[in-house]
Design a protein around this ligand. Structure first.
Ligand code: ZN
Ligand code: MN
Length: 477
């Protein structure tokens, strides 16, 4: 028996405009509660909203990046519902005519490239923020009310939590590339809802769709999807069906918890917002935006493969973040050896970023440092292992590699007579290893080189030591 998982995503991304969607209040994150507010974003009677052109431009940029059809005639609608974080009693959103219609993006899965289709991208305003205190009170901060959002809705095209994760990564990288959102999940500027169900591929039986609301980390989203995938399959196996409901992810318990059962779709009484004129987007403006678009991740990747002769995989990793791609290119400008630079970045640099959970731009390592470091290794002034230690030191202290090498006396010993001296001593002290080597145990040679490195405190040129050990064994033993 087989099961197919079906996943669709809805993502809200806050746009990084200067001001809010319909007023001139600042769009800065945080601030003292209820200080970034005016009659418009508070929904006071008589206050009139004015559409933020920059927000529309940013949404169009996103629409272009995701290959959507831009609707040149559109409008804002009122979505009516009551909640304490929504002062007006309605959210200004878009109903039947979103700014951006159907589109797609591609993700790289094991089997190859997979297309994920988008249903739409529309613009809307964010709501205020509720904080529930330990005393059971609820505090309301309207600083977020009226912050411009795009809502990106995918088709149910993802079939594993991993595919959904890849899509989210792609989405985040793209929005960051085109500089329309700072995509900081911890500040809530990217929030994700998941729709998930499973199909029994033999009987065709389907579970009812579960909606998981307000996931604020990719890790949480993936775990929640994995949990739901299993819960849906188990339910089908028991000959039952899941409820059509909204659940939330409890990070501490590691499970999803039912919030409410979904009856028929809520009737929001959508209607055109009479305070805002219909929106007409001139074709020329869209073209202007299209022409000003920065290079997108997949184009950059193709260029990296061509220009730097990197593998598809390496180019993909290097261009996954705009900052990392820039870092790589800036380093190559200083040290014209793309393959070598890529090896360092893909290896020790990325490992360190992962360990510290930081982006390259938040570290003390500069392209100049890395190019100097690689040059030192390339010219055999230091060996590879010392290079790794120096890199660690740069990350820790921000000193430049030449200073570190000088201060710590790490210059590689390539002087033949100096290395010979150490090698002779090592051979003298390890006669058994020489015998082992001669009787065909290649590992003994590695041991001897290791001893030379140990005595020289890592500074001997290992290739030279290796060669010299073989020469002297031949000569003397
Ligand atoms: Zn305002
Ligand atoms: Mn929405």
């Amino acid at each position: 028996m087989g099961y197919k998982t079906v996943i669709g995503l809805e993502i809200h991304a806050e746009l990084s405009t200067e001001t809010k969607m319909f007023c001139s209040c600042t769009n800065a994150f945080g601030g003292e509660a209820n200080t970034h507010c005016c009659p418009v974003c508070m929904g006071l009677p008589g206050a009139l909203p004015v559409l933020n052109k920059k927000a529309v431009e940013y949404a169009i940029k996103a629409g272009i990046a995701f290959n959507t059809k831009i609707n040149t005639k559109t409008r804002m609608d009122r979505k009516n519902y009551f909640y304490a974080d929504l002062v007006k009693g309605y959210q200004i959103s878009q109903d039947t005519i979103p700014l951006c219609g159907e589109g797609y993006t591609e993700i790289e899965i094991e089997e190859g490239t997979k297309r994920v289709n988008l249903q739409r991208i529309h613009i809307e305003e964010d709501t205020g923020k509720l904080t529930h205190t330990m005393d059971g009170d609820t505090l309301i901060d309207y600083n977020r009310a009226g912050v411009p959002l795009i809502e990106i809705v995918t088709k149910p095209d993802m079939n594993t939590p991993e595919e959904a994760r890849l899509f989210l990564e792609k989405l985040r990288a793209t929005l960051k590339y085109i500089e329309v959102s700072d995509v900081k999940m911890e500040e809530g500027s990217l929030r994700c809802d998941v729709n998930i169900n499973v199909v029994d591929t033999e009987t065709g039986l389907k579970t009812n769709i579960t909606e998981i609301k307000n996931l604020n980390s990719f890790r949480g989203a993936v775990k929640a999807m994995e949990y739901e995938e299993k819960r849906h399959i188990d339910t089908l196996k028991q000959g039952q069906n899941t409820l059509k409901e909204t659940r939330r992810w409890d990070e501490v318990k590691g499970e999803t918890i039912s919030m409410r059962e979904k009856g028929d779709t809520a009737d929001y009484r959508f209607a055109a917002d009479g305070d805002l004129a219909a929106i007409e987007i001139p074709e020329e403006w869209v073209n202007e935006i299209r022409n000003s678009m920065p290079e997108l991740p997949h184009h950059k990747k193709e260029r990296f493969v061509k220009e730097y002769a990197l593998s598809e995989y390496d180019a993909g990793v290097l261009t996954a973040s705009k900052a990392l791609a820039m870092f790589f290119e800036d380093t190559v400008k200083l040290l014209d050896d793309p393959k070598l630079v890529s090896n360092w970045v893909m290896g020790d640099v990325l490992r360190r970023l992962k360990d510290d959970d930081v982006e390259i731009e938040d570290t003390k390592l500069s392209p100049k440092d890395l190019s100097q470091l690689i040059a030192l290794v390339k010219s055999e002034k230091i060996n590879n292992n010392t290079g790794k230690k120096v890199l660690k030191e740069i990350f820790d202290t921000g000193k430049d590699p030449e200073t570190i090498v000088k201060e710590k006396g790490l210059i590689q010993i390539s002087d033949e007579s100096q290395v010979r001296e150490i090698v002779e001593k090592v051979l003298e002290d390890n006669k058994q290893s020489i015998e082992d080597y001669k009787s065909g145990k290649d590992r003994a040679l590695g041991f001897l080189v290791g001893q030379v490195m140990k005595i020289s405190r890592g500074k001997a040129n290992p290739q030279l030591a290796n060669k010299m050990i073989l020469d002297i064994i031949k000569e003397k033993y």
